[in-house]
Write a protein that binds this ligand. Structure first.
Ligand code: ADP
Length: 366
């Protein structure tokens, strides 16, 4: 068990690709932290630097208070689970799990005990004599996790371990890894590009974009209090809607865009005075735009007319898309009636759940 600390860590590949820029992060002992962001944002590089598989260009990484920049991976007391499992095809499941311990010259009886315990936790006791090719994707992933468990490391690192599994198995393994964390109570760092996986697994989530940490927060805070447009758009599915418009008026402001005109309350107007007569972005999540006939919101906007473009019934809810083809917006409502394409619907916004972003910096300003 250990804490992990990153202090202004930067990674530049080949003197030109800045994969990670000035990342600072504190991971407490026994914390489950998820690094999430789109492909190429630098999350694997960050994890690999913690593992010791990539050199650190600038900054410091400490594990349990000890700077590990120059310490080789094998001496860092960490275990990593990879996306492609990295199992030895010619070895049995037992030997795959035992391999690292044999290398470290553990006594046979101890190896047997540890492999047995890990196999039990992961429900793979019946496959110990099989070769990896005789296992399903999910079972292989369990063996890869088992190989990490037997090492009893201070820190577990997971690099997109579920990406190669089908959707159903992914959900199942997600729950199993959560269970595993509850059982082992060891520091875990988990990398994924999937925001749903991130939201359901970590107690602390680190959102990355283009090498920069955007926000470090709990899942709920990321959803309710995104610090900028990137985080607001990345977390939540379907994504938050963004309307480009302008704030007009003096004391009480009106947000005007091609789609919506929204009167702002005196309280919001006061906060946004300096943005009056300027371009601004209004953000609203799909569940906060509803049919005016059914609106239960305490503070709602005046009704706005939309034309239904696409209807996606998903069972208990309907996603309705409106707006121009290349600038589509989404509302998410209970499936209480059928909506037709081309139909005009009066909708209202939940005024307690609207966000504003600076058009230039994309930082959240309200
Ligand atoms: P992610 O895991 O978020 O998909 P990576 O950490 O793999 O992102 O990559 C971050 C950036 O660094 C990308 O632009 C990628 O092309 C670049 N990169 C990653 N590995 C190397 C490498 N070995 N050499 C050069 N550039 C690399």
């Amino acid at each position: 068990m250990a804490s992990v600390e990153l202090n202004n860590v930067t990674k530049v590949y080949d003197k030109k690709v800045r994969a990670v820029c000035n990342a600072s992060l504190n991971i407490e002992d026994k914390e489950f932290v998820v690094l999430v962001g789109p492909s190429g944002c630098g999350k694997s590089t960050l994890l690999r630097m913690v593992a010791g598989l990539e050199e650190i260009t600038q900054g410091e990484i400490s594990i349990d208070g000890r700077i590990v920049n120059d310490i080789p991976p094998k001496d860092r007391d960490i275990a990593m689970v990879f996306q492609n499992y990295a199992l030895y095809p010619h070895m049995t499941v037992y030997d795959n799990m035992a391999f690292g311990l044999k290398l470290r010259k553990f006594p046979k009886a101890e190896i047997k005990k540890r492999v047995g315990e890990a196999a039990k936790i992961l429900h793979i006791q019946d496959y110990l004599e099989r070769k990896p090719k005789a296992l399903s994707g999910g079972q292989r992933q369990r063996v890869a996790v088992g190989r990490a468990i037997v090492r009893d490391p201070k820190v577990f690192l997971f690099d997109e371990p579920l990406s190669n599994l089908d959707a159903k198995l992914r959900v199942q393994m997600r729950i199993e890894i959560n269970r595993l964390y509850n059982k082992l109570q060891t520091t875990m760092i988990y990398v994924t590009h999937d925001q749903v996986e991130a939201m359901t697994m970590g107690s602390k989530i680190v959102v990355l974009n283009e090498g920069y940490i955007q926000q470090v927060d709990t899942p709920l805070n990321l959803y309710n209090n995104p610090q900028n447009k990137f985080v607001a758009a990345f977390i939540g599915s379907p994504s938050m809607n963004f309307f480009n418009g302008r704030l007009n008026g003096s004391d009480t402001l009106i947000f005007q865009s091609e789609e919506f005109n929204v009167d702002l309350s005196p309280q919001i107007s006061k906060k946004l005075q300096e943005f009056s007569d300027r371009d601004i972005i209004l953000g609203v999540r799909p569940e906060d735009i509803v049919d005016a006939k059914n609106a239960q919101f305490k503070n709602k906007s005046k009704p706005q007319k939309i034309t239904v473009d696409v209807v996606e019934p998903i069972g208990n809810e309907i996603f309705i898309y409106f707006g121009k083809r290349d600038l589509s917006y989404c509302m998410r409502i209970p499936s209480d009636r059928i909506y037709k394409v081309g139909e005009k619907v009066d909708v209202v916004l939940n005024m307690d759940k609207i966000y504003f972003f600076d058009s230039k910096t994309e930082e959240r300003i309200y």
